[in-house]
Design a protein around this ligand. Structure first.
Ligand code: EPZ
Length: 420
């Protein structure tokens, strides 16, 4: 089981390129089920979650081949419409195969994903939307069996904004009979990226990135080629790594607009941050003040950067209040940060972070993807060594993060140690 060993007290300096977005390539991969033929993607991050999605596509009858960070997916004849528990439990985004399978074949059988470390993460909004589109939904021995012959366009109003729900309905609606409107739609950049690819395949999706998305169903789609957008969460994580170590780090191949709330908060905290068309740079800073954040759906402060920002606040001047409004249990990183000397108290969905902590290296355990990133960040500034266990969580969402940090000057190495 891989571990990471990090020596703290190093300042990171230099330029680092961001990989393609995990949360974009995952829905894009499932959208290939909508059209027979050869789909091509470039700027694809090599991640454990991408491997899981490709394994599921293979089980459904697709084939794929890599060339560097370019990926070809061929989805001629699907041989199954079932997503098994062993894949779904490892990667909840597998639920995104339901919309395309319903649209392409009229039926889908997907294991209930179950909860995960950050919350119960139900899929009720996805299923209610499919029912409004004419699907019948049955829950049988842990599987959701959906059939819809045909799938009809509908007016969907989500009670709460759901990224996956918006994506699943988009992928169902593009081949449905008639028109679909999605109100209170998620506005994340990954939604826009998916809409762009669907339209390249011949779909008719209008309004992605706004709260109202309109889709007119078409008869057939054709495969296309697409470059995956840069990963805004990785970009933000790398920027915070530069900030927390008092370094000068320039993040390349990113889209500053996608992380404007983080940039705003870094500046409010006292960092000099410059930005260009496809780069953001944080400058050396010896001390910074605590600022409060409240996570929210895009364009609010991303919940996926909450843990990383909390790491930065543990060594800020003053007290920061961090409110998590998207997931009910996204403070799994707190006990591990406290073990390193952070002073954090929890009160419901709020974490009160006392700054000026003296962080000490310690053996810590990853619990979920973004919590792991927070542990790597604090270990960069802690005194002494930190041994991080279960780094497979990190590998789910960050392509070669240890090499990226190493190239910026971190004393970090991966230990291939026997199973724990
Ligand atoms: C996506 O998850 C991302 N994953 C998450 O990133 C991200 O944190 C999340 O959006 C919010 O931005 C991918 O894109 C693969 P939601 P998703 O549906 O779609 C509740 C990471 O670290 N909800 O927008 O699952 C849900 O419980 C991951 O990269 C329902 O109640 O998130 C949550 O409280 C973590 N019923 C809220 O909505 C539903 O049917 C937002 O969830 C669906 C969601």
């Amino acid at each position: 089981m891989d571990r990471m060993l990090i020596d703290g007290g190093v300042t990171l300096n230099g330029k680092v390129k961001v990989s393609g977005a995990k949360n974009s390539i995952l829905p894009l991969l499932f959208s290939t089920l909508l059209a027979k033929g050869k789909h091509r993607f470039t700027n694809v991050p090599k991640l454990a979650d991408v491997d899981s999605a490709l394994k599921l596509l293979q089980e459904l009858g697709a084939s794929y081949s890599w060339e560097g960070n370019s990926l070809e997916v061929v989805t001629n004849d699907l041989t199954s419409n079932e997503a098994h528990y062993d894949i779904v439990r490892k990667m909840r985004a597998s639920i995104l195969c339901m919309g395309p399978l319903l649209a392409r074949t009229g039926s889908a059988s997907v294991s209930l994903p179950g909860g995960c470390a950050i919350g119960s993460r139900p899929i009720d909004l996805h299923l209610e939307a499919f029912q409004e589109m004419g699907a019948s939904i049955e829950n049988k021995s842990g599987y959701i069996i959906a059939t819809a012959k045909p799938l009809k366009g509908a007016n969907i109003l989500f009670d709460i904004t759901t990224v996956g729900g918006t994506e699943n309905v988009m992928m169902a609606a593009v081949l449905a009979e008639g028109s679909t409107t999605i109100e209170n739609a998620a506005k994340e950049p990954e939604i826009i990226d998916l809409a762009e690819y669907l339209n390249k395949m011949g779909a008719n999706v209008v309004g992605a990135g706004t709260g109202v998305i309109s889709i007119t169903g078409v008869k057939e789609l054709k495969p296309a080629t697409h470059e995956v957008v840069p990963d805004r969460i990785e970009a933000g994580t790398l920027l915070i790594a530069g900030a927390i170590t008092g370094g000068d780090v320039e993040v390349l191949d990113c889209r500053p607009k996608d992380i404007e709330t983080l940039i705003h908060k870094l500046r409010e905290s006292g960092f000099k941050v410059d930005e260009g068309e496809d780069w953001v740079r944080v400058f050396p800073n010896k001390s910074w003040k605590a600022v409060d954040i409240t996570t929210a759906a895009h364009p609010g402060f991303p919940t996926d950067l909450q843990a990383q920002f909390m790491a930065l606040m543990t060594v800020a001047q003053g007290t920061s209040v961090i409110s998590e409004t998207i997931f009910e249990n996204r403070f799994m990183h707190v006990p591990e940060l406290v073990r390193m000397g952070a002073q954090i108290s929890l009160d419901g969905n709020k974490a009160v972070v006392e700054g000026n902590s003296i962080l000490e290296g310690a053996p810590v355990m990853c619990t979920d993807l973004r919590a792991s990133a927070a542990l790597v960040l604090t270990s960069l500034v802690a005194n002494g060594k930190t041994r991080i266990q279960r780094v497979y969580h990190v590998d789910r969402g960050y392509e070669g993060i240890d090499k990226k940090f190493f190239d910026l000057g971190a004393k970090i190495k991966r230990l291939n140690e026997p199973m724990e």
